[in-house]
Design a binder for this molecule. Structure first.
Ligand code: C2E
Ligand code: MG
Ligand code: MG
Length: 700
């Protein structure tokens, strides 16, 4: 390659001049770009220095006499700035010449400065990440991070927005501005997500999840982006970068810088910081949730006793009046003791509903099981009295579900006002009991309204498959009731069977299930003529005077074959001895219906039940089956229990089978039938038929 081509490719100024005459023989590309193209014969001092005579500092005189004929020195050029110069003697076109390579030091100094400042900025970012992780004051750590971002990007403003997806809003939660730049946070507390919909799309769907707007003004005429312009322009923003903040893979918010003047090409740094910030944000959210929980009653969702104590403390010595109320539920203890805590919880939830209809939730405190306090600071007399009187009226309308007292005024210690309100509540309670003497310590009147929910609910059967080991097929199902409440929620029996038994409403459920089972026997007859349904019967139902008549009515009205029914009974219900029902069981058996002991091995069904000759099926409870794999001893017990049942001419069903190994074990132990999640969970009738009914005929 020609020497000139090589020199032209070098990014430093290089020229060649005759040692004797100073004639400028060559100037490379960079030199020509700086000084122009030299005319033939022009002297180097004329062309490069604008001098009429050779320069004083010219090395032409000394160069040939130096040992290696070269010299490196520094000089400031009036036009170019500080130059590092390498002069050497070369032979050029047959004559001795000086070649000078002039390196622009200023450029290197600037580049070095930038590199150093980048490094410093990155160091700062690392420091602020450290700060985020170690600083217990999350807000100040975020602020220092935003400050560093402003410095790094030479930006006007740095900020974090968080999304409220339920309300479809985004909110500016942190903001730092450069000196002289107006803060915007206060104005940006409820920005519709629609405004940043495009960014959300980028954050969610694009590989490089960064939004860069280089010129906000350019959005003005774009109809799709006018909404962004209308939000950004009034804030005086010209350009911006935003990156998403993701927590648990979900879009939580975004971090942004307005008007960055440096490092626009390196937005990745923002992403890295944001990643760390997101982790910390998530921690903050968890902490907030925990804090909230520690001040919240889990059942009612209201402020708890701790919140109450702290609020009382905060109100101490305050100048303003406080509206105070004290509410006590009537007969909650009776309900808990008699109908169980599920029913008690329902009463509490009902009270909460009534309270919140009249008083803002933030002023209500659930201080113990049946007591609620209202602390409503800075409320006017009229407002409080109206709300409290309306609340009192609503409570009496509900059959005096609770007693309520209230006061309004200013006390040094609000605790004194609470005691006054409590006293007023007690007076109201005494009055109520005096008027309803027969009700004292007995069944509260409002209960009937609550129990109405049970009457208004719909009961549907879920079917859980029963599997025969000998025939290797699902031969039927246990009918398990599910309650659908007036709001459409599905409830399992644990939530309501107890209450319904105590309230003598269980027979309604049992007979509903029996009728449904009989109807399904008839409906599925063509496809599954020998299906067997196990129906659960509470002892209370069994003891009802018209028990047999109702069974007969259902059998005759549906036409179902009683041989396809097995009634499951336990000993669970209150004080009704099975012996007293001996004749009942005989009658059932005479009708061709089989009887099973449910939950054998628990206190609900002790071995004594095996004395009953009417029983032909024993269902071994899950609790026994669960332990079967533990040791040989447990297996021995089950084996002998199965043998005992067989000797008594009974079949054995193992309940709660959840694994393959349990299936194998129970086969080995001689069990006849299996039930459990491994074979199938309880499911709606259509699903059951779809899964097991369509193949029932082929499998026979
Ligand atoms: P149960 O008669 O012993 O019914 C078996 C219960 O065990 C069912 O609970 C069933 O879902 C559950 N189960 C079955 N297999 C497994 C398993 O592999 N793992 C586990 N963890 N659980 C399993 P469910 O449906 O909640 O019923 C609970 C109880 O409510 C029944 O126990 C029965 O005593 C009662 N019940 C259900 N329906 C009626 C009804 O119509 N009338 C009456 N009086 N009682 C009913
Ligand atoms: Mg059962
Ligand atoms: Mg059972």
């Amino acid at each position: 390659m020609d020497i000139h081509n090589i020199l032209d490719q070098i990014d430093e100024i290089i020229y060649i001049a005759d040692l004797a005459s100073c004639e400028l023989l060559y100037l490379n590309r960079i030199g020509r770009e700086r000084f122009g193209t030299p005319a033939p014969g022009v002297k180097c001092y004329e062309f490069l220095q604008g001098e009429e005579n050779p320069c004083e500092f010219c090395t032409n005189g000394v160069l040939p006499h130096l040992r290696d004929k070269r010299v490196t020195w520094v000089r400031q050029h009036s036009a170019v700035g500080n130059m590092l110069l390498h002069d050497s003697v070369i032979d050029y076109e047959g004559r001795p010449c000086r070649m000078e390579v002039a390196i622009d030091i200023d450029r290197y100094v600037t580049e070095l400065d930038t590199v150093q400042s980048d490094l410093a900025a990155e160091k700062k970012l690392v420091a602020c990440i450290e700060d985020l992780i170690t600083n217990s004051d999350f807000s100040s750590a975020i602020d220092s991070m935003l400050n560093t971002i402003i410095e790094h990007y030479h930006a006007d403003r740095a900020y974090i927005f968080e999304f409220d997806w339920e309300k479809n809003l985004t909110r500016n939660t942190y903001e730092i501005c450069r000196d002289g730049v107006a803060p915007q946070k206060e104005n940006l507390q409820a920005v519709p997500i629609e405004v940043v919909a495009l960014w959300v799309d980028i954050f969610k769907n694009q590989e490089k999840k960064i939004t860069i707007i280089e010129d906000v003004d350019a959005l003005k005429d774009d109809p799709a982006r006018r909404i962004e312009y209308d939000c950004l322009h009034p804030q005086g923003i010209k350009s911006l970068i935003t990156v998403p903040i993701l927590t648990d893979g979900k879009l939580h918010g975004f971090l942004g810088v307005d008007d960055p003047h440096a490092h626009m090409d390196a937005p990745e740094l923002l992403t890295q910081v944001t990643y760390i910030a997101a982790n910390e944000l998530q921690k903050r959210l968890l902490t907030e949730a925990l804090m909230k929980k520690s001040y919240q009653d889990p059942l009612s969702g209201l402020n708890n006793r701790l919140a109450y104590a702290e609020t009382l403390e905060q109100l101490r010595g305050k100048e303003f009046p406080v509206g105070v109320g004290f509410l006590d539920i009537n007969g909650l203890k009776w309900i808990n003791d008699t109908l169980g805590h599920d029913m008690g919880d329902k009463v509490i939830q009902k009270i909460c509903g009534i309270l919140e209809e009249h008083i803002e939730q933030q002023y209500i405190y659930h201080i113990s099981g049946d007591e609620f306090v209202i602390l409503w600071p800075e409320v006017g007399y009229q407002t409080f009295m109206h709300a409290a009187e309306d609340l009192g009226a609503a409570l009496s309308d509900e059959e005096n579900i609770a007693s309520f007292g209230f006061v309004w005024g200013k006390e040094e210690d609000t605790g004194i006002a609470v005691r006054k309100a409590e006293k007023a509540m007690q007076t109201a309670k005494n009055k109520f009991y005096a008027a309803n003497t027969e009700r004292k310590d007995s069944r509260p009147g409002y209960l009937d309204a609550l129990l109405q929910e049970f009457r208004d609910s719909i009961f549907i059967p879920y079917l859980q498959p029963l599997y025969s080991i000998r025939y290797d097929r699902v031969y039927g199902a246990e009918v398990l009731v599910r309650k659908i409440d007036p709001h459409g929620n599905i409830h399992t029996p644990v939530e309501f069977i107890g209450i319904m038994e105590r309230e003598h409403m269980i027979s309604m459920v049992d007979f509903t299930m029996l009728r449904q089972a009989c109807e399904l026997i008839q409906k599925w007859k063509p496809a599954w003529p020998d299906i067997v349904f196990n129906v659960n019967f509470s002892r209370n139902t069994l003891a009802e005077p018209d028990f047999l008549e109702r069974i007969d009515r259902i059998l005759s009205e549906t036409g179902a074959d009683p041989a396809q029914l097995i009634f499951e009974i336990t000993e669970s219900s209150q004080n009704i001895q099975l012996e007293s029902l001996y004749d009942r069981l005989d009658e059932v058996k005479q009708r061709g219906i089989s009887l099973a002991i449910d939950d054998l091995g628990t206190e609900a069904a002790c071995l004594e039940m095996l004395y009953l000759p009417q029983i032909s099926v024993a269902k071994i409870d899950k609790s026994l089956i669960d332990k079967a794999e533990h040791s040989d001893r447990e297996q021995l017990v089950i084996r002998h229990l199965v043998d005992l049942c067989h000797d008594l001419d009974m079949r054995c069903v193992a309940e709660g089978i959840e694994t393959d190994s349990q299936i194998e074990l129970l086969k080995k132990l001689g069990c006849d039938r299996l039930q459990g999640y491994k074979i199938g969970k309880p499911m709606p009738a259509e699903d059951f038929f779809h899964r097991f009914g369509e193949t029932a005929l082929h499998k026979k």
